[in-house]
Design a protein around this ligand. Structure first.
Ligand SMILES: NC(=O)c1ccc[n+]([C@@H]2O[C@H](COP(=O)([O-])OP(=O)(O)OC[C@H]3O[C@@H](n4cnc5c(N)ncnc54)[C@H](OP(=O)(O)O)[C@@H]3O)[C@@H](O)[C@H]2O)c1
Length: 341
């Protein structure tokens, strides 16, 4: 067993983008589990825009991470030593862990990686992003066959899955993403009907061409000008799914003015509704089994963008705010230390 534990500790709050300078790499002994605890070797880290919110001084939907704490993250790890009745050494688990090599846990909010699933997929397609796409689109977006569905952040981990589910449900799909590589992937690999490169094209004019009759469902990951352009073009009884607002960088003091076309929601008897994935905690098994079926049938494809090395975690988090990732951003910390259970 590796003799020491490296951890990345928050030493200052970022002003804009997260940087290496906000964290300090510290080393210490590997902790030992007490009765009711287990020791987990962290193997895979997930990078999620919501982590930026955890660093805000006022917090978001949860309390802020304190200065001096190890940065938290959704992760997959292996139980190496267990003094917990419900877990045994060798099991792979997924849940809220942190940016360190070794972690003690009392098992709260951990899920055992189901049989037959690639462990890191529990952070993407069968984890936060895939489930967010599934519940946000099917429950809040409520798409019906023949409708036009627009997705922003479409080549990302959540958006790419939401768009493919819309296609499976018989809708016409338009993905908005940054750059020709992502836009090409959307149409060629993820089988969106069309894509718009918001960095080089005029989004409103392209929406007029691609959806002349208007937009029924908008799954919004970015907010900002794109949201305003879509609001201008919604059809009667449209549904706007507020999934995320990454164009704001999740830094409240730099928030732009609100969308000027919001009154179309009234004029077109439409609704705009936000949600948090946690609202659907009781239905995660349903979401995972639907996603597994579609992946197994080849109806959903997904990309993983993999970096390595715990010390690279801060700059890897930064990538998703720079649009450097294609698909789910992950970082490999370690191989499984024990033969898999
Ligand atoms: N409501 C919930 O419970 C919930 C749960 C999970 C995720 N989310 C939200 O879902 C969204 C996607 O998250 P994800 O984890 O799947 O990340 P992701 O889409 O894989 O990565 C983030 C992407 O956002 C785009 N982006 C970054 N800065 C942008 C900007 N200024 N303007 C426009 N686009 C920008 C980039 O794509 P481009 O290169 O195309 O710009 C980047 O690749 C986020 O808004 C996140 O907060 C919400």
């Amino acid at each position: 067993m590796q003799e020491e534990n490296r951890s990345l500790v928050l030493t200052s709050r970022p002003d804009g983008l997260v940087g290496d300078e906000n964290f300090e790499l510290r080393t210490g002994p590997v902790p030992r589990p007490e009765e009711g605890q287990m020791l987990i070797r962290v193997m895979w880290l997930s990078f999620d825009p919501t982590q930026r919110g955890w660093l805000l001084p006022g917090g978001t939907y949860r309390a802020p991470l304190d200065i001096g704490s190890v940065m938290q993250a959704y992760a997959v790890g292996q139980v190496v030593e267990s003094r917990h009745g419900a877990y045994r050494a060798g099991q792979l688990v997924q849940g809220l862990l942190s940016w360190q090599d070794w972690q003690l846990s009392d098992g709260e909010d951990l899920t055992v990686v189901p049989e037959g699933i690639e462990p890191r997929a529990m952070l993407g397609i069968y984890g936060t992003t895939g489930l967010t796409a599934y519940f946000g689109l099917t429950d809040i977006g409520d798409p019906r066959p023949g409708e036009t569905v627009v997705i922003s952040g479409a080549a990302g981990a959540t958006g790419s899955v939401a768009g493919q589910i819309a296609r499976i449900m018989g809708c016409r799909t338009i993905g908005i993403a940054g750059g020709p590589e992502k836009c090409g992937w959307l149409v060629d690999q993820a089988r969106f009907d069309s894509s718009i490169d918001y960095k080089s094209e005029r989004v409103g004019a392209r929406l007029d061409e691609l959806a002349p009759e208007g937009i029924d469902v908008f799954f919004d990951n970015t907010g900002g000008d794109v949201l305003d352009s879509v609001l201008k073009r919604i059809r009667r009884r449209a549904r706007i799914v507020l999934c995320g607002s990454i164009s704001t960088g999740y830094v409240p003091k730099k928030l732009p003015p609100g969308p000027s076309n919001y009154f179309n929601l009234c004029l077109r008897s439409s609704r705009m509704q936000g949600f948090l994935l946690g609202d659907y905690r009781d239905r995660f098994d349903e979401g995972r089994s639907a996603l597994r079926k579609w992946v197994d049938e080849g109806e959903i494809v997904y990309e993983e963008d993999i970096k390595e090395g715990l010390e690279n975690a801060p700059r890897t988090l930064r990538r998703i705010f720079e649009g450097a990732n294609l698909g789910k951003q992950l970082l490999k910390v370690a191989e499984a230390p024990l033969p898999l259970a």
